[in-house]
Design a protein around this ligand. Structure first.
Ligand SMILES: Cc1ncc(COP(=O)(O)O)c(C=O)c1O
Length: 393
């Protein structure tokens, strides 16, 4: 049969993450593979959304989102991110931050452009960029702190560079980019007159004194940065599909046109509901970070006890571990044994790297789980040495 497939989706397939999730469900295991946070949404936010539905806030909103939400986002951007913006022309409420990223990619990236991204990367970043068909240039994050070689970054830029993508704190490795690193990125963006697209969705989930810094807050960057963030991770509402993009007015207007064509607007009643999130006390964010810090410690301890060596995350709620000390051959062997014999799903590290061999000794675990599930996962991980002994011929 003829292939009806468009060139732009050639090679796109269901990710390892989804495959592991499906196998995990079949086996009744604990899923530390997919980045799903199953904590409850804060009660006042749920109540506000219910009130909006009851009050029939049910029609399309403006494509850029309801006025009050854009105002609250602009205020938060100034307060937390140090980025001042005009709520009327520089804020776009999107269908998850993913909606904003798709709008940015389709609005500004095209064949012939070069886009720089760091490896390991978040799969959606790579695959959404592929839809826009640029040439991808990769800069590898290496070592326990996932730092990069400044010369490798300099060499990745050219006169064809349209954009660089920065995810801080990062999925999958939990890297929080430092001021020095972001300053170099800023300098190169200005030198090569290109855009920066930042994904800051984990901006409140930070450990060990690491601080979140928005690239757009650095001198000369506000006018060339598209900052993407959202509500999914901070307020445990991945299914609500609410995020936002903040960018100079001319860029925001173009992204708005594309977002309108793709999905018209973000869900209106939920836009009203999420307003209540801005009234949560400062302590909410402190408690959330502490809670993840505790879950991180618990997961790292369970891993270390069986020789899975953590690459300690500085932020976000993922943990990469090196599997070699546990007597596992490589990432796929590790993921198979953990799922089949310990009932824990994890994602093979190679799926996050441009050169898969860079991740062949790593696994990614997501620890954004309710305590009882995380405990079950840690108990499963503790079975690993016995599972390996049993598997020996
Ligand atoms: C780095 C990163 N960006 C974006 C998303 C998705 O965010 P949203 O739900 O706002 O589309 C995820 C979800 O796992 C993520 O890890």
């Amino acid at each position: 049969m003829t292939s009806f497939e468009a060139q732009r989706i050639a090679g796109l397939a269901q990710s390892d993450i989804r495959l592991m999730s499906r196998r995990c469900m079949e086996l009744g295991g604990v899923n530390l593979g997919q980045g799903i946070c199953d904590q409850p949404t804060p009660d006042p936010v749920k109540a506000a959304a219910i009130a909006a539905i009851t009050g029939d806030e049910s029609i399309y909103s403006k494509y850029e989102g309801i006025d009050e939400l854009r105002r609250r986002i602009a205020h938060k951007m100034s307060d937390y991110n140090g980025v001042s913006c005009d709520p009327d022309s520089e804020v776009l409420v999107t269908a998850g931050s993913t909606g904003g990223f798709v709008a940015a990619a389709l609005s500004f990236i095209e064949p012939g452009d070069e886009v720089i991204l760091f490896s390991p990367f978040y799969g959606y970043h790579m695959n959404v960029l592929r839809l826009a068909q640029p040439t991808l240039k990769s800069v590898t994050l290496r070592g326990a702190d996932f730092s990069f070689d400044p010369d490798e970054l300099r060499a990745a830029f050219s006169d064809k560079t349209k954009a660089i993508l920065v995810n801080t704190p990062s999925n999958p490795c939990g890297k929080v980019f430092t001021r020095d690193e972001l300053s170099l990125i800023a300098e190169l963006c200005q030198q090569h007159d290109c855009l920066a697209i930042t994904d800051e969705i984990y901006e409140y989930i930070l450990y060990d004194g690491h601080e979140h810094l928005s690239l757009a807050s650095l001198p000369g960057m506000r006018e060339r940065t598209i900052t993407l963030s959202g509500f999914s991770k901070t307020y445990n509402m991945t299914g609500w599909r609410l995020g936002y993009a903040v960018a100079p007015a001319a860029l925001t207007a173009r992204m708005g046109v594309v977002a309108d064509l793709v999905y018209i607007c973000a869900p209106t009643p939920l836009q009203h509901g999420v307003l209540a999130a801005f009234d949560l006390p400062a302590q909410y964010y402190v408690d959330m970070a502490r809670d993840y810090e505790r879950k991180r410690a618990q997961t790292m301890q369970a891993c270390r006890a069986v020789g899975l060596e953590p690459l300690v995350p500085q932020g976000s709620y993922y943990l990469m571990v090196d599997v070699r000390g546990a007597g596992l051959r490589d990432d796929r062997h590790a993921a198979d044994v953990l799922l089949q014999h310990c009932g824990v799903a994890a994602v093979p590290g190679s799926s996050f790297f441009t050169d898969p061999s860079d991740g062949r000794h790593q696994l990614r675990l997501c620890f954004a789980k309710q305590d009882h599930d995380l405990q079950r996962a840690c108990d499963g991980i503790a079975q690993l040495p016995q599972a390996l002994r049993d598997a020996r011929p």
